[in-house]
Design a protein around this ligand. Sequence first.
Ligand SMILES: [Zn+2]
Length: 159
Amino acid sequence: MHGPVSSDRTPRDADSSVARVPIDQQQAGTVITDLKLELNRMQRTIRLTIQAKLSGLQGRSCGTLEANQALATALHELIDGQGLRVQCSECGHPAILRVSPRKGSPRGAFVFDHSIDGRRTFHGGAGVVPELRLVSKPTRRGKRAAAADRSGNAEGGSA
Ligand SMILES: [Zn+2]
């Protein structure tokens, strides 16, 4: 970020100025499109990597309710940072995995916490980690602009 260029100050600048041809619009568009594609691929790799690791937890449980809750929280923070949610195995909605205390189940129950038709709903309830499939975090309701913005590069977030 230099100010106005006083041309003769550094003679060497003359060389590098050759590279300073204006970016044409098409080129700019290509760079951005390429980057989006590449980031989508990386995002997909991240999602599949996390999902593969998580499959090692499936059907298992920590020894205590607190440990299971800590696991669910850590898991949520991890995937939330990647713009991901777990997919409810019952209805397919993007959800947050939580562990609720439950009578007769000292280690708690794994539930999918999500909003369906604007109402907070819980599905699942197994005593062990359910199968965890990762999906993109839904865009907030009423934010059409953001949704439109995202749909351009979405790989296919299931409805
Ligand atoms: Zn559900």
